[in-house]
Design a protein around this ligand. Structure first.
Ligand code: PRP
Length: 216
């Protein structure tokens, strides 16, 4: 079977509603942060569906024993928020994955070249290859930042098929790059936009998510 990049846009009213709030230019920072938290929560819930490792067990109810399915405690779970804006989705992701390790990755795009520069990397030198990694970043625009994050993970032994990306808006250039480099990767996004403007912003997009979250 040939692997292909898959992007899911869950048709859920809560996800659609919070995307609309995030896109609205009149949404103040405090509500924009709520929208990011809610989108992080519900998109992570959707992404976890066929991604978390489970195992069969027997549990004792107050009346009898019965078969049960539990999260496999031996398979590590990690969330990698791409700073700054990925922090907005992290809070909601953590409510779904409370035992996940959080490895911060600080990337900022050079405003002229649009190339990402790394200013913080808290990833360990090696990761257990079984680790389920979820990357959070609200915007995939040119794709430079997410490609850098993926390279950092694959260098550490992580399989792209074990990775999920949670974002709010994904644009075509980023999806093309990811699809060529990482077939088999799965993305959960609240929406897909086609275009970037001359400054590398997604159109219609949601503006600069980092600035809107932190009021800068
Ligand atoms: C934004 C956004 C992504 C990146 C996407 O971050 O949050 O990380 O740009 O663009 P790309 O796909 O073209 O790389 P930014 O560099 O503005 O930093 P910030 O999150 O600190 O605001």
């Amino acid at each position: 079977m040939t692997l292909q990049l898959r992007i899911y846009v869950p048709p859920h009213p809560l996800i659609q509603h919070w995307l609309a709030v995030a896109r609205d230019a009149d949404t103040p920072s405090v509500l924009f942060r709520s929208a990011m938290t809610e989108l992080g929560r519900w998109l992570t819930y959707e992404a976890a569906r066929d991604w978390l490792s489970t195992q069969e067990a027997i549990v004792q109810t107050p009346l009898d024993s019965c078969p049960a399915t539990i999260i496999n405690p031996t398979v590590p779970i990690a969330v990698v928020p791409i700073l700054r804006a990925g922090l907005g989705l992290l809070e909601g992701a953590q409510t779904v994955l409370p035992l996940a390790s959080i490895y911060h990755l600080g990337l900022v795009r050079n405003e002229e070249t649009l190339e990402p520069q790394c200013y913080l990397n808290k990833l360990p030198e090696k990761l257990d290859p079984q680790t389920r990694v979820l990357i959070t970043d609200p915007m995939l625009a040119t794709g430079g930042s997410i490609m850098t994050a993926m390279a950092e993970l694959t260098q550490r032994g992580i399989e792209p098929t074990m990775t999920r990306i949670v974002c709010v808006v994904a644009a075509a250039p980023a999806l093309q790059k990811l699809s060529q480099a990482y077939p088999g990767l799965i993305i959960y996004s609240a929406g897909i936009d086609k275009n970037l403007n001359s400054q590398g912003f997604i159109v219609p997009g949601l503006g600069d998510a980092g600035d809107r979250m932190f009021g800068t």
